[in-house]
Design a protein around this ligand. Structure first.
Ligand code: ATP
Length: 559
């Protein structure tokens, strides 16, 4: 049996079952995977319960053809209509020996229409262009066939294979058809493909290795799955997990909206913010780590966390660290790429991104500047309508009870988020990020100097003993950095390194830090305003008083 028939064919039978129960003779399979299309054709040609008298295929590039079986799999044979040399005949197709080939969609539809009503025929429409040029002809033909008694009684079936039914068909047509969305790949399918390909290429594999590849390739289609395995083999003569993950990241990046990143920084790389670390450890990391135990308590797993606060306060850093602590993939939803100048594309991109992120989950999905689409917007024109669509899709995802992705959103302006986002149940926790207090600032400087235990940051050469430096920083530098953000403290360390480098010194000394700190300009008047706003927001959005008190205490802003 061919590989494809050994994989999951449940999606095909689901569609055909609906056909059998006469729900509709028109089935739409939502997939863009050429391997799924191949699988469908093999199934239709070879499964006894799915046999038809004739098979027709319309392909954007090839025109109308017949589908025939061969030892190398399903084959496309151009369909030739026997006609005279009438001007009409010449207009509808290209001349070929023995008849004309039907290249134009409308003439193909007309031809097949007669066939569907005369025999038990199956008509597959594939590779339609995305630019909707077929829309009118396609929708009206599908609608007509969906309710045509001749088509129904003959047992004929029309199958449209497309990436997105909503994009090609209008609401009314979709109502009259059976729509089956096809999984890119199931876990057992990926495992089967890994084992079969390994056997064929004689790649030795341990069971544990297979499992890691299966997990690491979640969300890929069958076609992509095969491609990454082959490419990894050609590059390294084995199935190298690193290479496979990199190739997957490249493929996902092509979606334009998602990026898979390897979280390299952990909690050891975060200075200060012990209260938030403790909170996240207790309520997020431990619950995810001991998920089975949590389930015994009927404790829901955390699925949405909102980090809010001024720029540079470590919100993104915490999101990465969280993913690395729970050892989940880290997927970045690049919000700035969602909005497209092409009408209808933004909603489409969001839909695809959500589907792909879910397939790759459990994963931490990081949504920075969530306020970009966390506003309801007023739909006065089509662009506004598009913004609304993206907003509703995201909101719906956020509220979906079966969501597998753990969404970590960040914003500098939580008060601009729509109320619906902030409602209980959407985000489990809303965590404020204020500017670091004294102890935290000291700790952040130590992180960036590679002096904090557990950090992966490199230590620059020092011309003074470590203990002396710690004391000097605490007494002389930290007091100069009130209202600095974590990002600015990182920058301060860079500037100190630059000073030492310019001096041609052996290593960093006190003078380098003092020069860097004294010349670092921060607009304190403006910052005071930002802090006030931020505190007010923290009090408004955080519903855990004990936690809020501890955060304010740690940041030195408790009144
Ligand atoms: P924005 O709102 O602008 O996206 P953010 O709050 O997400 O900012 P990050 O991008 O996480 O801020 O921080 C920028 C950089 O500042 C980090 O990559 C990190 O190097 C440094 N940084 C911020 N906070 C800390 C911290 N607590 N400890 C160590 N480094 C920090």
């Amino acid at each position: 049996m061919s590989l494809y028939l050994q994989l999951d064919t449940g999606w095909i039978s689901r569609g055909l079952l609906k056909r059998k129960s006469n729900y509709s003779p028109v089935i739409v399979f939502e997939t863009s995977d050429p391997k799924r299309l191949h699988q469908l054709k093999e199934y239709l040609l070879r499964q006894p319960d799915a046999r038809y008298d004739y098979y027709f295929v319309y392909d954007q590039w090839e025109g109308l053809g017949r589908l025939v079986d061969s030892s190398s799999g399903p084959q496309f044979e151009p369909f030739r209509k026997r006609v005279g040399s009438s001007p009409l005949a010449q207009r509808v197709g290209t001349r070929e020996e023995g008849g004309i080939q039907l290249q134009f969609f409308k003439s193909a539809l007309k031809e097949v229409d007669a066939q569907l009503k005369s025999w038990r025929a199956c008509f597959i429409i594939q590779n339609l262009s995305e630019n909707r040029e077929h829309e009118t002809g396609l929708c009206s033909a599908l609608r007509a066939w969906a309710i045509d008694p001749a088509v129904i009684t003959k047992g004929s079936t029309v199958i449209l294979v497309t990436a997105d039914a909503e994009r090609v068909l209008d609401d009314y047509t979709r109502e009259l058809t059976v729509i089956v969305s096809v999984d890119p790949s199931r876990r057992d399918e990926r495992s089967h493909i890994v084992r079969t390909t390994a056997r064929e290429l004689e790649v030795p594999l341990e069971d544990a290795g297979v499992e890691e590849i299966v997990m690491g390739t979640a969300g890929l289609s069958l076609h992509q799955m095969e491609s990454v395995l082959l490419e990894s083999y050609f590059r390294t003569q084995q199935f190298d997990l690193r290479v496979i993950k990199d190739l997957k990241s490249e493929l996902v990046k092509k979606s334009g909206v998602l990026e898979v990143q390897e979280p390299t920084l952990g909690f050891g790389d975060i200075g200060g913010y012990d209260v938030i670390k403790g909170f996240i450890h207790k309520y997020v990391i431990n619950v995810l780590r001991y998920a089975d135990r949590a389930r015994r308590y009927a404790l829901p797993l955390p699925k949405g966390i909102l980090f809010f606060g001024p720029p540079g306060t470590g919100k993104s850093l915490f999101a990465t660290a969280l993913a690395s602590e729970v050892q989940l993939p880290f997927i970045h939803l690049v919000t700035e790429n969602i909005y497209s100048k092409w009408l209808g594309e933004s909603g489409q991109k969001m839909k695809n991104a959500i589907a792909l992120a879910e397939k790759m989950s459990p994963a931490v999905v990081f949504v920075d500047e969530i306020d970009r689409f966390g506003r309801r917007g007023v739909a006065t024109d089509s662009a506004g309508e598009e913004t609304r669509r993206v907003f509703s899709q995201f909101l719906e995802w956020l509220g979906r009870p079966d969501r597998e992705a753990i969404i970590v959103g960040t914003t500098n302006v939580p008060d601009q988020l729509d109320e619906a986002f902030l409602r209980t149940g959407r985000f489990d926790y809303k965590i404020p990020f204020l500017y670091p207090g004294e102890a935290a600032r000291q700790d952040i400087l130590l992180v960036h100097l590679g002096l904090k235990a557990g950090t992966s940051r490199r230590r620059p050469p020092l011309a003074i003993p470590e203990d002396g430096l710690r004391q000097f920083l605490a007494e002389e530098v930290v007091p100069l950095t009130a209202n600095f953000s974590g990002a600015e403290l990182e920058e301060l360390v860079t500037r100190a390194k630059r000073q030492a480098f310019d001096r041609g010194a052996e290593g960093l000394e006190e003078i380098d830090f003092l020069r860097a700190a004294r010349t670092f300009r921060v607009d304190h008047r403006h910052r005071t305003g930002v802090i006030e706003t931020c505190l007010a927001q923290a009090r408004r959005y955080t519903d855990d008083q004990g936690f809020l008190d501890a955060v304010e205490e740690e940041m030195g802003v408790k009144v």
